[in-house]
Design a protein around this ligand. Structure first.
Ligand SMILES: Nc1ncnc2c1ncn2[C@@H]1O[C@H](COP(=O)(O)OP(=O)(O)O)[C@@H](O)[C@H]1O
Ligand SMILES: [Mg+2]
Length: 392
């Protein structure tokens, strides 16, 4: 990890990098270092390490993904068009695995971010997305193109040659991608569930747990809104679960926080004409994700569509209500076998409200076509949240 010596993608492109002499490079490194200050480790996932940081004076989190330089040299080249964000927000958008797509980093606030990002557009060769470096690029590119109150904001991203400093011991990986994000100060939804933050505070600790349905409904609404936005951009998240939903303190919100979807490490872009429930996009090789949240078509055929995210949401609904991890007593293999061949799903306790069990059951329907869209889920949760509002 090369703390404090970083070069933003917006500071130089890879072709400029080749031409830079030592003095220029040092100046750029110093400039970038004063913008980004990396602090302590706050999280580690399957793909990267996340550090607390400040970026342009704002509290930030930086996800660092180490990889070989060949991967990013091969997959990144400067591009002189600003087509990236237009492509991600509208049409036409090339699919991963078909055509390259273009994007760039961001600066806050949103409108300015998108303008600047267009100016700094880079090309990601998506057919190389199977490598760690290009998947990191894809994560950086996708996340920096999105702006939504319920999605963790990516401010900028950098690709750093870790061998540029003699003070740093070289590891096997000699490049790292840093994704600079807004800092979510209230932990993950997974932690909140474990801490019982969705249980009513006035409930008798000895008696049956009373779920705070209003907080639960508002949190599901946050997630459904984020996912509806992602799907409108034809981005499939592919790893929706409570660990990948972060909470940020919000004094105006009755819960004291808002929920934000994060971690685009597995996300993919869908081809233009793929129906939301279609299964046209097969992932290369092994299906990736977290088994308990993976839809049967994903487990059986590695077929991934927006409907797979809806399935994962159904499991998350159950988890948020019960407070338990799904299929706690089963091994991965048992879960996979059960979901693929026996319609295995978690069971709600009898006291669960019908609207909630209906929602989860619709979302985790075996057939992708039978699952609702996130736009429908959001509408339903919005209406429910109004009904659950305490009378004044
Ligand atoms: N923006 C953020 N603010 C605060 N903590 C974060 C942020 N992003 C990630 N983290 C922490 O780092 C952990 C791993 O991040 P994540 O993006 O999910 O990585 P991975 O792809 O390796 O799973 C998260 O579970 C969370 O605890
Ligand atoms: Mg994660």
């Amino acid at each position: 990890m090369l703390s404090g010596e970083s070069v933003s993608h917006s500071d130089f492109s890879s072709s400029e990098e080749d031409e830079m002499n030592g003095t220029d490079l040092n100046r750029t490194l110093q400039g970038a270092a004063s913008i980004l200050q990396i602090k302590e480790l706050i999280g580690r996932g399957a793909f990267g390490s996340v550090y607390k940081a400040t970026w342009k004076g704002l509290p930030a989190a930086v996800k660092v993904i180490e990889h070989d330089d060949e991967e990013t040299h091969a997959s990144f080249s400067p591009l002189s068009t600003g087509a990236s964000l237009r492509s991600l927000q509208g049409i036409p958008l090339a699919a991963v695995g078909e055509e390259p797509f273009c994007t760039g980093g961001q600066d806050t606030p949103c409108a300015k971010q998108q303008e600047e990002a267009q100016g700094n557009a880079h090309m990601v060769s998506s057919n190389l997305a199977a490598t760690k470096g290009s998947q990191a690029m894809l994560e950086a590119a996708v996340s920096s193109a999105i702006c939504h109150p319920n999605i963790v904001q990516t401010y900028d991203y950098q690709v750093v040659d870790t061998y540029q400093s003699a003070t740093v011991l070289r590891t096997e990986a000699n490049r790292e991608t840093r994704i600079i994000m807004e800092f979510c100060d209230a932990g993950s939804l997974d932690e909140a569930i474990q801490q019982g933050r969705f249980r009513s505070s006035d409930a008798d600790p000895q008696g049956p747990a009373i779920v705070n349905l209003q907080a639960l409904c508002l949190t599901l609404l946050d997630i459904a809104s984020a996912m509806a936005h992602l799907h409108s951009m034809r981005i499939v998240h592919k790893d929706l679960k409570p660990k990948n939903v972060l909470l940020a303190t919000c004094a105006d919100d009755e819960r004291g926080f808002v929920a934000k979807v994060s971690d685009f490490g597995l996300s993919q872009l869908q081809p233009d004409r793929t129906p939301s429930t279609g299964t046209a996009m097969a992932s290369a090789g092994e299906p990736a994700g977290t088994v308990a949240y993976m839809a049967p078509e994903m487990l059986c055929y590695a077929n991934c569509s927006r409907a797979c995210d809806v399935y994962a949401f159904g499991i998350l609904v159950w988890e948020l209500y019960t407070g338990d991890p799904p299929y706690e007593q089963l091994s991965k293999v048992q879960i996979m076998f059960g979901v693929m061949s026996q319609d295995l799903r978690p069971e709600f306790p009898p006291a669960a409200p019908a609207w909630l069990t209906d929602l989860a059951c619709q979302c985790w329907a075996c057939s992708p076509a039978a699952r609702p869209s996130f736009a429908e889920v959001r509408r339903m949760l919005h209406d429910r949240a109004l009904q659950l509002q305490p009378a004044v």
